[in-house]
Design a protein around this ligand. Structure first.
Ligand code: DLL
Length: 439
């Protein structure tokens, strides 16, 4: 049963204000954020000083381009607390995601930040047709990953009945969804599709479920996947975007028009830049998405480079919200993979392999989507010695690599050990990823 196409709006004042009014608000909030960073975060002060910019130079959002960028590597270098702009006693939550080296990057949230984030998700759930009468099953992972707790807080905020399942345990997930009559589902689109396929395999008619819609994100997906998911579960599937560094899910979300994601612009400023020249690009031109938070106090971010590629649009939406919208993410400018919602960098795999006896530092990551579930295969080249003299040890080596990858990256991978010199060598940038998912 699909959601009724009503356009309920959680915070009409903020979501429907005139563009001019919002720009003014963004300018004021940006200025306050920059001051907070300059006064409290040595890295930002040093970067602004190096560019000759002072907080008082930021008078409106047109001055954003004067400010320095922030990268994921900055979070790693300043790990764990170097980018906090508030005293540690005011930080009430840590969330995290994978960094480039296997060490997680963490973000700290004050009570204010949790409130802001909660409202962003509440807006998303309302836009997907949610309200106090709903039973919301959360099948994003709970823990450092922002998906589970983020969706949980938002669902609670709209007064829904929350079912905090976390991810996995598919049979139990389906049983609860069925018996409790969950009306909304929140998880990655690939897991939702897998749930739909499993329901079919179990032979339970979809008419026995009460699901009507859901907020699906944390990984790239396509219109084709949306159609499949909507058919399988007989729901309206809305996209939801976010990242740990900026505040988790809810940074942008689709309404039931399903035509791009509304950016929560009273809390973040979105820009699209050319990833090479770093110049701002106009609406409609694809480029790298950059966010500046303007209401966070724990770990605000200035011009954070997401490396996600999309377009922005200021075309009006039939739902009545006046915010700009971002398109689906069509790719990334770096080599981060998102597999089953988990961020994976080839460098993490490399850190596991380098120095391990019996393997050469040549590897390839092959990603496939089988039965709607992402599968990672890591092909690893054996050394000549291992291949010819120590064949008996190969099975042990395979298990050792698999265990290490699981503990460093957080997901399991199939390990394929291949003979020496079989992984193609490159003369330029090494190609370490074969992504067969056709996203
Ligand atoms: O994935 C937050 C989230 C949780 C979003 C639940 C939506 C739902 P991270 O683990 O920090 O945070 O990963 C962020 O995931 O830079 C994108 O590359 C990718 N991503 C997130 N949402 C989407 C989406 C969460 N809707 C990284 N479409 C981001 C495509 C997405 N990619």
């Amino acid at each position: 049963m699909k959601a009724q196409k009503t356009h309920n709006i959680y915070n009409p004042k903020m979501e429907c204000m005139s563009r001019e009014e919002r720009r003014k608000l963004q300018g004021e909030r940006l200025r306050a954020t920059v001051q907070l960073e300059y006064d409290n975060v040595p890295l930002y002060r040093a970067r602004m000083d190096a560019k000759g910019v002072k907080p008082e130079d930021i008078k409106s959002i047109d001055d954003l381009k004067l400010l320095p960028f922030t990268e994921k590597t900055d979070l790693r270098d300043e790990f764990p607390f170097g980018l906090f702009a508030s005293p540690k006693k005011d930080i009430i939550r840590i969330q995290g995601s994978s960094g480039t080296t296997g060490k997680p990057i963490v973000a700290g949230y004050t009570q204010n930040d949790i409130d802001v984030w909660t409202e962003m998700v509440a807006r998303a759930m309302t836009a997907a047709g949610g309200g106090p009468d709903d039973i919301v099953q959360i099948a994003y992972g709970y823990g450092l990953f922002t998906g589970g707790l983020g969706a949980h807080q938002g669902a609670q905020q709209i007064g829904a009945m929350v079912v905090p399942m976390s991810s996995g345990n598919t049979q139990r997930q389906i049983m609860m969804m069925h018996d409790l009559g969950a009306t909304m589902l929140c998880c990655t689109p690939s897991y939702a599709t897998y749930l739909g396929e499993s329901i079919r395999e179990m032979g339970i008619p979809i008419s026995e479920f009460k699901l009507k819609s859901g907020c699906f994100g944390a990984e790239p997906w396509t219109e084709g996947m949306r159609q499949r998911l909507e058919e399988l579960l007989d729901i309206d599937a809305c996209d939801i975007y976010g990242l740990t560094e900026i505040g988790g899910p809810g940074v942008a979300f689709e309404c039931l028009e399903k035509d791009g994601m509304h950016v929560n612009e009273d809390h973040v400023i979105a820009e699209i830049i050319d990833p090479v020249t770093e110049e701002q690009l106009p609406y409609g031109t694809p480029g790298e998405l950059v966010f500046t938070t303007i209401t966070k106090t724990g770990m605000p971010m200035i011009r954070y480079r997401t490396h996600d590629i999309c377009t922005l649009s200021d075309k009006p939406c039939a739902c009545g919200r006046t915010t700009i919208k971002m398109s689906r993410i069509t790719g990334r400018t770096d080599d981060m993979l998102v597999i089953r919602g988990v961020n994976v960098f080839p460098s993490q795999i490399e850190s596991v392999l380098v120095g391990m006896e019996g393997v050469a530092p040549h590897y390839m990551l092959v990603v496939d989507r089988i039965n709607s579930t992402d599968k990672l295969e890591v092909q690893v080249e054996l050394t000549e010695e291992m291949f010819t003299d120590k064949v008996g040890e190969i099975e042990g080596l395979r298990n050792q690599i698999a265990d290490k990858i699981k503990s460093v990256v957080g997901i399991s991978a199939k390990i394929q050990l291949v003979p020496p010199r079989t992984i193609p060598r490159s003369e330029g940038k090494a190609k370490r990823i074969i992504d067969n998912r056709k996203l």
